[in-house]
Design a protein around this ligand. Structure first.
Ligand code: PLP
Length: 429
């Protein structure tokens, strides 16, 4: 029996059934290098998903490994009760990169925690329990982030610590406004926002939380400038804008370092996680000092930005900036997109090719005219690509979107290899 089969039985017996796992015969990573992983049975895969966009530079980035080794030999943990030089240095760097004036940074351990903290901050600052979110969004698994997740598949509970209303805009392919020009689409979304504020709130809403490009929702997005127009309207009511950059941050979208930059405004709060730690659990909130410091009580995160994680993240960020991986995301993303468009020319069940930089998606449908989602074929594409030695991701409101988001250091040769493997995969399904 293959080693992974017995692992899967043990997994099912002891881990929760609501935490999904890829493939009919799931795999375990035994080792990894660059953009490649090997499973326990020795099979090799080119990885286009990076553990959900989290292996950002590469699997065995030497300086990151060295920083972790060095720090582990000195002190792994001290807690936020003590000064942590690497945490302070990382906060200084992230604040500078954020584009937010007079920024402060609070470190936590995940994207859910980052959004949780940001929502608590915004509602405390505004002294309001009313929150807006985007339809089809995903912001995490915690008690405060599930209520702002506009995606029933990922909403195990309807209980909520605040009143939430959802607005249109992020999923243009199936939007009632999809036939409109960019400018009219944006105007329709702003109208929707104004109506929601008037109809469903008392006006003094705390914040809108939004992903500049949906992650789990299938790399879908509205026109550039959408969040600028929404924020300009929200500013009239003092409503804060939280940009959830958990998937779109650190240059992944190619054109910009943060997803919000496509919209011509600065957010009041940014949340981040995933790629910055390259697999080390790190997330955080960036906010103007007056917002960050609004709590009247004390609050801590025991592990948040601890010495080990902060050293690793510092080294990782250094690699990202020195190697200009944002530029690589832009260039390799264009090559990948070109290949995906060519595929879409041959397979009419690819309803749409979309994405930015190295966050690209294929929406899988019955056919282009009906737009009917085809999650069955999407699952088959995942299985077939695994057989062809390629790891890809899945997402979308209907589970019918193939997502490609490799480590940002992917090379031109690897892009070619990935496209060849995709070609074989699509031909087989
Ligand atoms: C945009 C976004 N926000 C928040 C989260 C939650 O992050 P975590 O799983 O680290 O809690 C995710 C996770 O996929 C995400 O994609």
């Amino acid at each position: 029996m293959l080693k992974n089969s017995s692992l899967f039985s043990r997994h099912k017996a002891i881990l929760p059934k609501w935490s999904p796992i890829y493939y009919e015969e799931p795999i375990a990573f035994e080792r990894a290098e660059g953009r490649r992983v090997w499973d326990e049975n020795g099979a090799e895969y080119l990885d286009l998903f990076g553990g959900i966009l989290t292996t950002m530079t590469s699997y065995n980035e030497p300086s990151v490994i060295e920083a972790i080794r060095d720090q582990a030999g000195k002190v792994i943990h001290s807690s936020t009760l003590y000064l942590i030089e690497s945490q302070i240095e990382l906060a200084e760097k992230i604040a500078e990169l954020s584009g937010i004036d007079d920024a402060k940074v609070f470190f936590v351990n995940s994207g859910s925690e980052a959004n949780d903290a940001a929502l608590m901050m915004a509602t405390a600052y505004r002294r309001s329990n009313q929150v807006l979110a985007m339809r089809h969004s995903y912001h995490g698994r915690s008690f405060a982030t599930v209520p702002v997740t506009g995606h029933a598949t990922w909403s195990p509970s309807a209980l909520t610590p605040f009143i939430v209303n959802y607005i249109h805009g992020s999923y243009r392919y199936r939007s009632p406004f999809r036939h409109l020009s960019d400018a009219d689409y944006i105007a329709a979304c702003v109208d929707d926002l104004v109506n929601i504020i008037r109809v469903a709130t008392s006006g003094d809403v705390a914040c809108l939380i939004a992903e500049p490009m949906l992650g789990v929702g299938g790399f879908a997005y509205g026109p550039d400038g959408l969040f600028g127009a929404l924020k300009n309207r929200m500013d009239e009511n003092g409503i804060l804008f939280i940009s959830d950059e958990v998937q779109t941050g650190w240059g992944r979208t190619g054109d910009h370092f943060w997803g919000y930059e496509a919209h011509g405004i600065k957010p009041d709060i940014i949340t981040f996680a995933k790629g910055v730690g390259n697999g080390l659990p790190m997330g955080g909130v960036i906010a103007r000092a007056e917002i960050m410091d609004c709590f009247k009580s004390l609050s801590i995160s025991t592990f948040g930005g601890n010495p080990l994680v902060a050293r690793g993240a510092l080294a990782n960020l250094d690699v990202l900036l020195k190697k200009d991986l944002q530029k690589n995301a832009l260039e390799r993303g264009r090559e990948l997109m070109e290949g995906l468009n060519a595929l879409a020319g041959r397979y009419k069940y690819i309803g749409e090719v979309r994405g930015k930089g190295l966050a690209l998606a294929l929406e899988i449908v019955d056919d282009r005219a009906s737009r009917k989602p085809d999650p069955g074929r999407t699952a088959a594409l995942l299985e077939a690509s695994k057989t062809n030695g390629l790891l890809i991701g899945k997402g979308g409101f209907y589970g019918n979107v193939v997502r490609l988001a490799p480590p940002m250091s992917i090379t031109p040769d690897e892009v070619k290899e990935a496209l060849q493997k995709l070609e074989t995969t699509f031909a087989a399904v």
